[in-house]
Design a protein around this ligand. Structure first.
Ligand code: C2E
Ligand code: MG
Ligand code: MG
Length: 651
């Protein structure tokens, strides 16, 4: 191999112009050429330098190990003098070395930065180029772009760079030494990847040769993007997460014009936990995704939708007022009333919404979210599938609910719950055949509290499971006690809430209670609602069959207020429909028609019908005429404590 300078890509003249220290060395160590800058770094006389061996100055072996290297070396002849050396194998045996005196840059931080960078240097490619075209590059660089080294030569450098990542590249000519820029590289096949480029200019303006180190940073950029994504997005639903929402909401608050108003919606799915517990997390996840998809359809320029976590979602709507905020809330509620189709199931999960409005309900992201949350909590405690706008009284209300929650726990321990029983009469036999157990709370200060006041809250907090267990045991125990006393055997109906009904081991639990109380299963009836029965065929069917196999009866309460499908009803082992009391309202003529058709339909499906809320003789006669099987209501009796019920065993 030639060791003379004819083999070099730059002529001696050019070299002398280069401000940076550059040397050309043969693989065996012989210095072929170099410029003054390089010689003075090595403390070497220019003329003496030629044909000398670089080994005298540097541990050059290390540099020859690969086609390119980037190292920090100590000058052999002077202890403590550090040189930064970049080497590029130009032709088979010729290396171009770029030297930089490091010891003069005595700033510790700088040195650290260099060492860090050097340790990463292995994956760096080096490219040598003129004004526009590539003169040469190393194999790493060629491979990185999918070319051979020969193909790269004489190619325009700009061909390697995605022009869209180019804005900063426009300044490329003015890059100061070692300025790192991030660009997108273009491979031979047209694919893009992320690169980091550091240019080491050799001359002043009008330079002929430049060297750039190029690093493939795709993995790092992707990781960063991923980390950023994880910091701001929810992985499951692809919606922005609560952090992102917080940030956007804070910005909205900061940028809000004087008269601007906007709304924050806090959405919470109804019955999500039950569905998740019954059908498993995969199913729950699929439902959340489906919900997110539905929410995304509400995405507009002035809405920002995020997942708060769990089954909670957040929406920011700009340009809206307290008055107009309800429009979106109503649309959302309607949208969520439609069933979700997941893995062949039709799932019903409605949504409860709390709303806070800026600036009236808070002037920080934190307050607005907190207030929307408490508005949601309060409405959910009263009625699911509804919305509620925050009012300052809600804070009070919210506190009151928290108090109530702890009081309910206490009540359960202290025995402050009580069951009242409302008789149910069979119209054909004209005798009382059953009683419905209705829960009462004897509050030490507030007196008797009805179930509509505390059951929704117990549902929300999950306390309903413990309360419901108590009700079941007590109703069965009481019924058995009556029978033991020799009264005519009646059926006791117990209301189940959704959470209770969706318990995995409900059937086993009921079986155990019947065993413990020694009540014959035929004298227990469980009341569920339409929406509970309609949410998932397979699991529900399993539970319903399990109960029927025990010998327990199941009825559908408040029938007509939900979304029953007769197809489902006919499939389910249901023994009775309870027509909701609202249909007995005589003011509406069509109600009579509805009651008639419910009675006829139930009979054709071999189900009994009971009408609840019967208050007048007229209603009673109408029902008897239509062959309704049973009735319950103030007409016969209000719900009574057990001690007052005895006369009804006579009828
Ligand atoms: P529900 O199961 O539909 O019970 C019937 C409700 O209607 C009872 O209200 C009863 O007092 C009332 N009612 C009875 N006859 C008449 C009438 O002629 N006219 C009118 N206007 N109302 C009548 P209550 O006791 O306040 O119970 C309300 C709801 O609370 C029940 O509705 C039931 O869904 C729930 N509930 C009651 N006890 C329990 C329980 O132990 N567990 C669960 N999960 N829910 C319960
Ligand atoms: Mg009931
Ligand atoms: Mg009812």
């Amino acid at each position: 191999m030639e060791k003379n300078r004819e083999a070099l890509p730059i002529d001696s003249q050019v070299l002398t112009f280069l401000k940076d220290a550059i040397l050309f060395v043969h693989k065996d160590g012989t210095i072929i050429d170099g410029n003054q800058a390089a010689y003075s770094i090595l403390d070497l006389d220019q003329l003496d330098g030629l044909s000398q061996s670089i080994y005298e100055y540097l541990d050059f072996d290390v540099l020859l190990d690969s086609s390119e290297a980037h190292l920090l070396l100590e000058l052999q002849k002077r202890k403590g003098k550090l040189l930064e050396v970049k080497s590029l194998q130009l032709q088979n045996d010729i290396y171009c070395l770029l030297l930089q005196d490091f010891s003069v840059q005595d700033k510790a931080d700088d040195i650290k930065r260099y060492i860090n960078k050097l340790s990463n240097s292995i994956i760096e490619g080096i490219v040598l180029y003129g004004e526009t075209d590539i003169i040469d590059c190393d194999d790493t660089c060629a491979e990185m772009f999918g070319y051979t080294r020969d193909e790269m030569k004489n190619m325009a450098l700009s061909k390697l760079i995605d022009p869209r990542s180019y804005e900063r590249f426009a300044d490329f000519e003015h890059l100061s030494n070692e300025q790192v820029i991030e660009l997108r590289g273009v491979r031979k096949d047209g694919s893009l990847f992320h690169i980091e480029m550091v240019e080491y200019p050799y001359t002043d303006k009008g330079s002929v040769v430049r060297v750039a180190c190029i690093k493939d940073i795709t993995e790092r950029v992707e990781n960063e993007t991923r980390i950023e994504y994880m910091a701001y997005y929810d992985e499951l639903t692809d919606l922005p997460n609560r952090n992102f929402f917080h940030k956007v909401l804070n910005e909205a608050v900061l940028q809000a014009q004087e008269t601007e108003e906007f709304a924050v919606y806090f959405l919470d799915l109804d019955y999500f936990k039950e569905i998740n517990d019954t059908l498993g997390y995969d199913f729950g996840d699929a439902l959340l995704k489906a919900c997110a998809k539905r929410l995304k359809s509400f995405q507009q320029v002035d809405t920002f939708i995020a997942r708060m976590g769990g089954d909670e979602f957040l929406i920011l709507q700009r340009n809206t007022t307290k008055e107009t905020a309800v429009i979106l809330a109503e649309q959302l509620i309607k949208e969520f009333e439609k069933p979700f189709k997941i893995a062949d199931y039709e799932i019903y999960t409605t949504v409860s919404i709390g709303i806070s409005v800026y600036p009236e309900n808070g002037n920080s992201a934190q307050d607005l979210i907190k207030h929307a949350d408490s508005a949601m909590y309060v409405i959910k405690g009263k009625q699911q599938n509804y919305y509620n706008i925050f009012e300052s009284s809600i804070s009070e209300n919210f506190k009151a609910m928290l108090t109530m929650e702890s009081e309910m726990r206490k009540a359960l321990k202290l025995g402050h719950f009580e069951l009242h029983y409302q008789p149910q009469k069979n119209l054909l036999k004209n005798e009382v055949v059953g009683v419905e157990a209705l829960l009462r709370w004897n509050h030490p200060e507030r007196g008797t509290i009805g179930p509509t006041e505390f059951i929704p809250l117990a549902e929300k907090t999950g306390l309903i499971i413990d309360i419901g267990d108590w009700v079941l045991v007590e109703a069965c125990r009481q019924n058995k006690e009556w029978q033991n006393k020799g009264y005519r055997a009646l059926t006791v109906s117990v209301n189940l809430s959704a959470k209770q009904f969706y318990q995995r081991k409900l059937v086993e639990k009921v079986e155990q209670i019947l065993k413990d109380t020694r009540l014959d299963p035929q004298y227990l009836e469980l009341e569920i609602t339409e929406s509970m029965a309609m949410s998932n065929e397979e699991e529900i069917l399993k539970t319903l069959h399990g109960l029927r196999d025990l010998g327990v009866q199941v009825s559908i309460d408040d029938f007509g207020t939900g979304y029953s499908s007769f197809k489902y009803l006919s499939m389910f082992p249901i023994s009775k429909l309870k027509i909701d009391k609202m249909f007995l309202n005589e003011c509406q003529k069509e109600n009579k028609a509805i009651v008639k058709s419910i009675i006829h339909m139930s009979h054709s499906l071999n189900m009994k019908v009971i009408a609840e809320g019967v208050e007048t003789t007229e209603q009673f006669n109408f029902l008897a005429n239509e062959r309704c099987d049973e009735m319950q209501g103030f007409y016969l009796s209000k719900p009574l404590p057990p001690s007052e019920l005895l006369p009804f065993f006579e009828y």
